[in-house]
Design a protein around this ligand. Structure first.
Ligand code: S3P
Length: 448
């Protein structure tokens, strides 16, 4: 869990030129899915490179509560001894998913088509996030949900004893919703069909296929049509989790705005549904190249080399790219502050329902550091101040949101004056080695 303890104020001072190799941890999305699908297979799934952040550790505990055996061998190597599709036991405790929307939504989906009842809760951030987007489609399978006003956690799900498969058009671009429906469909007899109008991260589809489920994906006029045949016997897998592009974003962006930097970020997952930030940075004129492209564990991977880039220009980020970089807009807005001209980010309403309202959280912190920001319900823009133009000197609230905290720590590395974050404790949800990794490259962080 996170954000339950004492706040950790952190300050980021102007950095030395960043040099070296930044080995970021495993992908968060793939780590959650490895544990959950491992629990749905029969036998031992072996995982290497698992992200050992709080979010994923909470999912590991949840899988144990539902009856799977989860073993930590150390050094990022884990085993899950699964109970098979439909094999979940009823947990005897409340499932606490901490800060993790992905954890709670995927697990709710997975248990919703079994004849068991489970109650879910999380930290203040998670308990404020909308769950109706999950419980609406789960009701179609026959599951019942009772939560707080507005469909908030804590919430109890009564799984369907006789689930029926569904055909569901996902109303918002959300991989969590898509995945929850697919995972529920695993234990429904017959074909569950999920249609998404905009492609979102496709790790669930890839991994379900890898575990032996019958799943097809078709691009049609209606959108991406995903068809899953229920009640498969999933086969345990060996999974090597690629390094997380959403975590790589921080050392990459820090290098672009810190004079004299040259950083290599190796082995980064570059699934096209995740890599939008890097193309956007290249469009802005960043000195960022993909070296040694290859495939690892069914995912495209490359080494990223990022160098100080004083000539970046503001751009209009294509709204069609939003889903492939949805978690990266906070740190992109920091880079945009160091570019010349305006950066416009539209089609990003989903940012308002993340771990925080990320448009609001970033706008407040950027303004506190001398940057001009304009915003509407589903867009925002940042007026770049040029490579050495960001005054800094402000204190930013992180709102229990790891990516807000890390984005402002990056900002301080290139700003004229130090930038302070009121609480850096949420960083451990996704990037537990953020502080040593960044200071190892040349960042200067202090704790107040
Ligand atoms: C995730 C999906 C995205 C993303 C989150 C991880 C996933 O959320 O923001 O960090 O692993 O499926 P949404 O489904 O809400 O877009």
């Amino acid at each position: 869990m996170s954000g339950h303890g004492t706040p950790i104020p952190m300050t980021s001072h102007r950095a030395e030129p960043l040099k070296g190799v930044a080995e970021v941890p495993g992908d968060k999305s793939i780590s959650h899915r490895s544990l959950i699908l491992g629990a749905m297979a029969i036998g031992e799934t072996r995982i290497s490179g698992l992200l050992e952040g709080d979010d994923v550790l909470d999912t590991a505990k949840a899988m144990q509560a539902f009856g799977a055996e989860v073993v930590n061998h150390g050094g990022g190597k884990w085993s899950v001894f699964g109970v098979g599709v439909g094999g979940f036991a009823e947990p005897d405790q409340v499932i606490d998913c901490g800060n993790s929307g992905t954890g709670v939504r995927l697990i709710m989906g997975t248990m919703a088509t079994s004849p068991i009842t489970a109650t879910f809760t999380g930290d203040a951030s998670l308990n404020g996030r909308p769950m109706a987007r999950i419980t609406d489609p789960l009701a179609l399978f026959g599951a019942k949900a009772v939560g707080r006003k507005g469909g908030r956690l804590p919430m109890t799900i009564v799984g369907a004893a006789e689930p029926t498969p569904v055909r569901y058009v996902v109303p918002v671009p959300s991989a969590q919703v898509k995945s929850a429906v697919l995972l529920a469909g695993l234990n429904a007899p017959g074909k569950t069909v999920v249609i998404e109008k905009e492609a979102t991260r496709d790790h669930s589809e890839r991994m379900l296929a890898g575990f032996g489920a019958e799943i097809t994906v078709e691009d049609t006029e209606e959108g991406r049509v995903i068809t899953l045949t229920g009640r498969p016997e999933l086969k345990p897998q060996e999974i090597a989790v690629p390094r997380d592009p959403s975590s790589a974003a921080f050392p990459v962006c820090a290098a672009l705005i810190t004079p004299g930097s040259d950083v290599l970020v190796p082995g980064i997952g570059l699934n096209p549904t995740r890599a939008g930030l890097f193309y956007t940075l290249q469009d802005m004129g960043a000195d960022l190249i993909f070296e040694n492209p290859r495939e690892e564990g069914g995912e495209p991977v490359a080494d990223l080399r990022a160098k100080y880039s004083p000539d970046m220009q503001g751009i209009e980020v294509p709204p069609a790219r939003a889903a492939s970089m949805i978690d990266e807009y906070p740190v992109l807005s920091v880079v945009a502050s160091f570019a010349s001209g305006k950066t416009m980010m539209a089609g990003v309403k989903e940012l308002r329902v993340k771990e925080s309202d990320r448009i609001d959280a970033m706008a407040r912190g950027l303004r506190a550091n001398g940057v001009t920001v304009a915003e509407g319900e589903d867009w925002w823009s940042v007026d770049g101040l040029g490579p050495d133009g960001v005054p800094g000197g402000g204190t930013c609230e992180s709102f229990l949101d790891h990516r807000i905290a890390m984005s402002f720590m990056v900002m301080g590395m290139g700003a004229q004056n130090p930038v302070t974050v009121d609480d850096g404790s949420p960083i451990t949800t996704s990037f537990p080695i953020f502080e040593p990794l960044m200071t190892g490259l040349g960042a200067k962080f202090t704790r107040a």
